[in-house]
Each structure stands twice: as C-alpha cells, then as structure tokens.
Design a protein around this ligand. Structure first.
Ligand code: G
Ligand code: G
Ligand code: MN
Ligand code: NA
Length: 257
C-alpha cells in the first residue's frame, strides 16, 4: 500500500513532529502540563493529523517505532523545558493499545527517565478504555510497573469506551480525561451536562485528577469549574502548537482566562 510505504519513509526521513497543547489550571491561570500530539509533516504538503494515519500505523505495526519516537521526543522536550526553568511542567503522552501489547513501554520509559533526568511524576501516560477491555491482564502488568516507577496513568476519552467503572479501582489510575465530544454540548445538551457533572463528581470522590478536553467557550469553562473541574485543555487556552510557540506561551507565565 502506498501510504504504508510513505509512513515507513516518514520515520526514516524524520517527517514526524510533535505539537504540544497546554493544560491549564483555571484557578491560577497557569499552564500545568502539555499533551504531546503527533503530526506528520510531509515535504511540501500540508500537516497530516493523526486521524489520517494512526489507525494504519497501528494495523501495520509501525505504531511501535513511531510510538517509541514519540515517547523519546516528548520526554526530551520536557527535560528541555525543565532545564529552562519550567520545573513544574508535566507532559502527557498518548500510548496506543498495540504499544502496550507488543512493546515494553515500561522499559522504554525507564530508560528515558534515566536519560533525561525527568522526575517520573512529571510524565503521564494516556491510555484508552479499549486497552483495559481488550487485554486487561497485560494492561494491568504494564500499568503496575509504570505506576511503581512513579509515572502517572490517565484514561483518555473517558466515557467513549465500554469499560466498567470497576477499572478505576482495578488499575493504578491517577486521572481521567473527559472526552471533548461530551464537553462540546454541555451548555445545550442536558444529557451531556449530566454525564460530565457525574464524571467530575466520581473523579473527585475517588481522588482522581480530572481534565476536561475541548474547552472552547467561557460558558463551558464556567460549567466545568462550577462542578469542581479545575484542569482544562482546549482551544480556549491554546491549540496544539510546535514547541517553540509553546515556549513563548509558557514564558508569559499564564494564559488569559
Ligand atoms: O490533534 P488530535 O487530532 O491531535 O489527535 C487526535 C487523536 O490522535 C488523539 O485523541 C490521540 O488519541 C491520537 N494521537 C495523537 N498523538 C498520538 C500519539 O503520539 N500516539 C498515539 N498512539 N495516538 C496519538
Ligand atoms: O488524545 P486526545 O483525544 O485527548 O487528544 C485531544 C484531541 O482533541 C486532539 O485531536 C486535539 O487536537 C483536539 N482538541 C483539543 N482541544 C480542542 C478544542 O478545543 N476543540 C477541538 N475541536 N478539538 C480540540
Ligand atoms: Mn490524549
Ligand atoms: Na482522543
């Protein structure tokens, strides 16, 4: 397949880049973390988004070398931010089910923590509910190893999968990310509003960190804050951008809220 060969070449030619999206604490206005988001910059072409190649990368197994590159690049960037004085900044990295099944993600992370000198607690690995459902045994083992190292684990796209709430007790999970499809309509859709409010309450009562993704409006921000969600990620606070642009945002020390 043409695109498969292109993906393979993209790795060799170093055409992948990471963009970073700020995660803010709306009470302080501080950027507390970044999520690393993969982009494919094809020579002379427009930026390709993950929706157009992640599934294929997973099917072909190319997600394994790509995912290892993502981890290394994000952690080296985090170390660079730490060195330039942003010592409290955290980094979230998406890891797909396939990586958990076929790569020793915990060993990769351990090696990178040693190389970069980053504190383990500064790294959050985002996993999906699908992973917990499909391979609970393998997932539990890898998560336990990561968690024992001090790395944080968060469930991404919470509510979109089919996992049971029991997973929150069974696995060493520190946080939940509320999917943006639920955040989008909280101001107008009573069901979405009820679900989001319930998830925030659940997270708080289980002492889990909760981040709402896809916050675009003041109305959404106020709704979430009123229900106890302080940490948010969305275009309202910053779109995913290259490290240099993010550095300028971080230097300004706070975002307008
Ligand atoms: O910007 P957005 O289009 O970046 O990303 C869409 C989705 O692609 C994210 O929700 C995430 O699940 C996935 N994604 C983004 N970057 C990565 C990555 O580095 N690895 C994996 N496995 N998935 C990613
Ligand atoms: O891995 P995860 O699903 O958390 O990735 C977040 C995805 O949501 C990325 O594709 C990112 O570009 C996207 N995103 C983040 N904030 C916003 C937002 O405010 N609006 C929209 N439409 N997309 C967003
Ligand atoms: Mn994510
Ligand atoms: Na997602």
């Amino acid at each position: 397949l043409h695109i498969e060969a292109s993906l393979q070449r993209a790795l060799q030619r170093e055409e992948f880049v990471l963009y970073y999206q700020p995660q803010v604490d709306v009470d302080s206005g501080r950027v507390v973390g970044l999520e690393a988001l993969l982009r494919w910059q094809r020579e002379g072409k427009e930026l390709v988004l993950p929706a157009d190649f992640i599934a294929l990368a997973e099917e072909t197994g190319l997600i394994l070398p790509i995912g290892e590159w993502v981890l290394a690049t994000a952690m080296r960037q985090l170390a660079a931010f730490h060195r330039s004085g942003m010592t409290h900044l955290r980094m979230s990295v998406n890891v797909s089910a396939r990586q958990f099944q076929h790569n020793d993600v915990a060993a990769q992370v351990e090696r990178l923590l040693e190389e970069t000198g980053c504190a383990p607690g500064a790294l959050t690995i985002e996993i999906t509910e699908t992973l917990l459902m499909e391979r609970p045994g393998a997932a539990a083992e890898m998560m336990t190893r990561l968690s024992r190292m001090g790395v944080q684990l968060a469930i991404d796209d919470f509510c979109t999968g089919y996992s049971s709430l029991a997973n929150l007790k069974r696995f060493p999970i520190r946080g939940l990310k509320i999917d943006r499809s639920f955040v989008a309509d909280i101001a107008t859709d009573n069901d979405d509003a009820a679900i989001v409010a319930a998830v925030i309450a659940l997270a708080r009562s289980m002492k889990l960190e909760v981040i709402a993704v896809g916050v675009e409006t003041g109305e959404q921000q106020r709704f979430l804050r009123a229900r106890g969600c302080r940490r948010m990620q969305g275009y309202r606070f910053g779109k995913p951008a290259p490290a240099a642009d993010i550095e300028a945002l971080l230097r300004s020390r706070h975002v307008d809220i």
